[in-house]
Design a protein around this ligand. Sequence first.
Ligand code: ALA
Length: 415
Amino acid sequence: MIKEKQNIALELDIEKIREDFPILSKKVNGKPLIYFDNGATAQKPKQVIDAIDNYYTNQNANIHRGVHTLSQETTVAYENARTIIQKHLNAEYAYEIVFTSGTTESINLIASSFGKKFITKGDEIIVSAMEHHSNILPWQQICENTGAILKVIPINQEGELIFDLYKNLFSDKTKIVAITHISNTLGTINPIEEIISFAHSKNVPVLIDGAQAVSHTNIDVQKLDCDFYVFSGHKLFGPTGVGVLYGKEKWLNQLPPYKVGGGTIKTVSFDKTEYADLPLKFEAGTPHIEGGIGLAAAIDYINSIGLDNIANYEHHLLEYTTKALNKIEGLKIIGQAKNKASVISFIVEGLHPFDVGTLLDQMGIAVRTGHHCTQPLMQFYNIQGTIRVSLAFYNTEKEIDLFIEALIKAIKMLK
Ligand code: ALA
């Protein structure tokens, strides 16, 4: 174990990595910041901050619209960012990468465009019981608009999907499966390869919500064979307001535009408009240019560390934290899946998560409390909310020790 720890420490020089994140040396309420809310948004390394600063200092111009040098240079930088994302996901073509404002917009885009094209009354859409609201509401709305039916894959008490029941949900009316890769509340890593492969055996396409997965694991969309994969930049150490929709060319080509406007067209007349090819037909208006460039810088940064190294180290932190939490009397971890990412939700008997979170904040520790935009999950566990610790590769054992100490103190104060 000690050797393993040393190896992890050798592979990742955490103290050096932390120096890349200016905010990590900040004090909050007079205490050094311990940032354990990475599932809500991750902190940004100076490489990303510098890329955005450089964009506004040296490049700022609109893209795809100008003959002038700045516009052309910026267009190249933006399209280069798309290619970096394509390579990172191992998508076959750069035009299968559509920039959106985030996971939520990516899912809304597919639900709306796929819904318009392929979903009618009586059709069925499959989601799971552990979805974030952003992967429920867009589908629920399509169901309301079309008369389609939303079917839900049940989970067990550990917070794992029940695969046999998933299989039973399919019928000849099933049109799409939309499922999270990693649960933002439970940390469960879903067996998406098997989920996709089963859906494909029934000729049903699959959308994977990768919002919580992209910062913890490598994604190879060709190997997964998913039809759509979506995520947000800000959870991958990039800027807010930018996200990605990967879609297989064969699907994206069939879907109507979601938002229309400047940039999405080939020709416009008052009689008829012809839309642009991929990906522009889905990118109306001036995009979040610095967001795309900043996201590419984040991906380069992550790859310089290596997602396999990150996953190993985070797994170690997950085990370390889980072990320490399990020693606290009256504390219950919600989500005990065998295959988990470094996200731990828990409740403390008799205490409101909000009160615990507030006291932890007084001690400089940022956690998320509440229902985590997964109210159906809260209903399943019959709880109001949880306290959630979501760890990133810049977190340390020392921070976990301080957190456990602070948590014990908070519990004593509240009981
Ligand atoms: N979905 C994000 C979270 O889990 C915001 O905190």
